[in-house]
Design a protein around this ligand. Sequence first.
Ligand code: AKB
Length: 335
Amino acid sequence: MSTIVITGASGEIGHSLIEAFHAIGGNRLIALDLNPLPDDLRAMVDESITADVASPAAVEQLEKFEVDEVYHLAALLSTSAERNPELAHHVNVNGTLGLLSMARRIGTKRGTPVKFLFPSTIAVYGLPSVDQKRVAGAITEDQYLQPTTMYGINKLYCEQVGAYMSDRYGQLSESAGTSGLDFRALRFPGLISATTVPSGGTSDYAPEMIHAAAQGKPYACFVRPDTQIPFMAMPDGVKALLALAQAPLQSLTRRTYNIGAFAPSAEAIAEYVCRAFPNAEVTYAPHAKRQAIVDSWCADVNDQAARADWGWTPDYDMNRAFEEYLVPTISSVYA
Ligand code: AKB
């Protein structure tokens, strides 16, 4: 039995990850969130802590457990972070540093590293122009790392701090090289869940469009029809987190991986939505600042490293995501 900490537990990924762990069974789940968990999630975890992830009190409560794995999902996403950059830095950076240090202390004391799974993002990329984005196509992990948002900057920095604390922590000290931490990060594309609606992100136009159509509501999309970024169905996001956690450390050639599934334009998403929900009404009302954020993100990702190192392959392309996951599940949610 492993003791698993999930922060940001009632967020979109948290919801699906807790359901997945509950279905697998046999682990002790410790959930942490700023707000009390909804009853359905509360029933699936062993402990539920309500605390600010960046507070010493949160770390103190978590450190009482013999933690084996941390899934640190709590974060302010790109749109929320631009509305309150200092708060974003506090939650996204200080919150992560506190948990990394805690995990390292627990792992060092025990003599086996704590695995730390970190959802990073395509927001770490900063393409200089829409033309350059079109030419660049699917980019690798090491290209265009000039994020334009507080969220992207926070995530890129935390990827590097996580790798540092795993591989080179206190490199001039006696204990250098005896790290108790095994940090692994995934750069998620926009995630689309059939059961929850995101808030505070800038890739939110895709899930918002689908959920609005399923409820018979009109939707004004806040980006241009030609806007392209990568997306993924939520079950694949959870599958990727679990697969990266399971991968033998010696097979990993890097600590941060791109993962891709499909990369449609907003117009292509609208076409799928209108086919699935013939009464859907989608119009376009681009928001200049949110548009600029999405324009700076890559059109697609090259995920060859994840495929080669730990066998990443998505179950859902866009057709299958709509036909077998999104449309049937969302329709039943709003039935
Ligand atoms: C956001 O829009 O901020 C997130 C992301 C792409 O990381 N969904």
